[in-house]
Design a protein around this ligand. Structure first.
Ligand SMILES: C[C@H](O)[C@H](O)[C@@H](O)C(=O)CO
Length: 495
């Protein structure tokens, strides 16, 4: 057997992250190690920030541990993938000028009206593929123009993955998937949409050209190399945005297969060869962003484990000490669909000191059974995610003019079979679950591609297909869920 090569994937979601060591033996890849780390947005005097310094430190600690464990000279390269929002503003000397705002920060509420007085929602959509939300790049930049003392001093802007890539390599570069998910680029020409940014009165001189992912940009910065104990590790410009990053690890995707990437956010969508934008998809709130290798994905952002993770804190505050596995086991014994929230109701977007109460309030206000115990809240959320997934399927089918035949569930949601089973039962579609670390695997596959060891995305998908096993979680309870879907979509509409 050929000696294994190691590739380190930095995979940061918006509320927790991990460094994953992926070993490649020339035929298959395997997860050789995973080091999770925790962080959360920091709220100070009403402003919400991304704690990028803490994230960077965690990356450095874990990176060093991997070098120590594997030995100097065994790690080929490192690449960074993050959630697809937020950016850092940098000054003349290349330093970060201020704390990075988090997309859930509320300052953009104040500039929303101004935003839409300058640009219509449809212009934004057809110009960038983006659906407006308070944390979208142009929306945040407009708020920065109004309120931030560093806006005028900014020399360049990097999306979150670009910020970490820069810190690790000294190279200020952003990949095209990151620029696209931030809502700054034109889908057709894949350049910054300067005309649209100018309409919003925004600066366009702070945008450096972005590059396609999949190339080596040099070695890690000397200071990084000295700290981790290996200066020879290469830095790859990886797929910055986490959802597109995962797709080269997922085989069998086509326009009849809906993918569901479940993490902090639940993203339900399709991978396509051409950008798919039309009025129906716009009305359904489906955005289209660039993926690697000239592909696209159209999907809806649904608040996913964000709500669950916030509720977990509520359980602890109330003195319950349960793991996710405990909750899943207890929730299985409960009747399905006793109550359900709409995960994308605006009340769940912003952080709450007590998300569990927010879920209960929503149920109370909509005349539903109010979940009291943690496992009841857990069950309510799993059922809610499944109903939201079905809603995506139905509305996306209309927008794309296609019928879905199967679902592929990947990332963190694979750890919860109840979730996959409920989505399948609720949608009436077969569901395969697998690749818990799909984003990290896709990130490492891009590094393998950059190293010249995979020649195309097809080869990357084949390699991943040989390496990971899928689980069939297909469940059939269509009549019951048809009734529940009709009931809850009505309840949600009325809220
Ligand atoms: C800002 C959101 O997290 C972004 O829209 C979403 O698409 C994402 O990147 C999820 O990881």
């Amino acid at each position: 057997m050929a000696a294994e090569k190691h590739f380190i994937a930095v995979d940061c979601g918006s509320s927790n992250g991990k460094m994953v060591d992926i070993a490649y033996d020339g035929n298959k890849i395997r997860i050789a190690g995973s080091k999770p780390f925790f962080y959360e947005p920091v709220t100070i005097l009403g402003c919400m920030y991304t704690d990028i310094m803490h994230i960077y430190n965690q990356v450095m600690y874990k990176f060093k541990e991997f070098v120590l464990e594997n030995g100097k000279g065994t790690i080929e390269s490192i690449g960074v993938t993050t959630w697809g929002g937020d950016y850092g503003l940098f000054g003349e000397n290349g330093q970060l000028l201020s704390n990075m705002f988090q997309h859930r920060d509320e300052r953009t509420i104040q500039t929303k009206k101004e935003f839409f007085s300058l640009l219509s929602h449809k212009e934004l959509y057809y110009g960038t593929g983006s659906i407006y939300f308070l944390g979208l790049g142009p929306s945040q930049l407009l708020a920065d123009k109004r309120f931030s003392p560093v806006y005028e001093k900014t020399k360049f802007l990097l999306g979150t993955a670009g910020v970490l890539t820069y810190f690790l390599s000294g190279c200020p570069v952003m990949d095209d998937t990151m620029a696209s998910t931030l809502g700054f680029t034109n889908l057709e020409t894949t350049a910054y949409n300067r005309e649209l940014l100018q309409k919003l009165g925004l600066r366009t001189d702070i945008f450096r050209e972005f590059k396609a992912a999949g190339s080596i940009i040099g070695d890690v910065a000397p200071g990084v190399g000295d700290y981790i104990g290996d200066r020879s590790i290469k830095m790859v410009l990886d797929t910055g945005h986490d959802t597109p990053a995962a797709l080269p690890a997922v085989s069998g995707l086509d326009e009849r297969t809906m993918f569901i990437s479940m993490g902090t956010m639940m993203l339900a969508g399709v991978e396509t060869e051409q950008p798919r934008v039309n009025d129906k998809l716009f009305e359904g709130g489906f955005r289209t962003v660039k993926c690697a290798f000239g592909k696209y994905t159209t999907y809806r952002d649904v608040q996913g484990f964000w709500i669950m993770n916030q509720c977990m804190k509520g359980f602890q505050d109330r003195g319950y000490v349960y793991s996710f596995d405990d909750l899943e086991a207890m929730a299985r014994k409960l009747p399905a669909a006793k109550c359900a929230i709409n995960p994308n109701d605006p009340v769940f977007y912003h952080r709450s000191s007590d998300m569990m109460s927010r879920v209960q309030d929503y149920c109370r206000e909509t005349g539903q059974y109010v979940p009291e115990r943690p496992e009841e809240v857990y069950r309510c959320l799993i059922d809610s995610y499944a109903l939201a997934a079905r809603n995506c399927i139905e509305e996306m089918e209309e927008g794309l003019g296609t019928k879905f035949e199967r679902i592929r569930l990947f990332n963190g949601g694979c750890q919860c079979d109840l979730l996959g089973e409920t989505i399948s039962a609720c949608s009436g579609l077969p569901l395969e679950s697998g690749i818990r670390y799909a984003t990290a695997a896709g990130n490492a596959l891009m590094q393998i591609y950059a190293a010249g060891e995979a020649a195309s995305e097809d080869e990357m998908k084949e390699l991943s297909g040989r390496s990971f096993r899928m689980k069939d979680l297909t469940c059939d309870d269509k009549d019951f869920w048809d009734e529940m879907y009709a009931k809850y979509t009505d309840v949600w509409e009325g809220h």
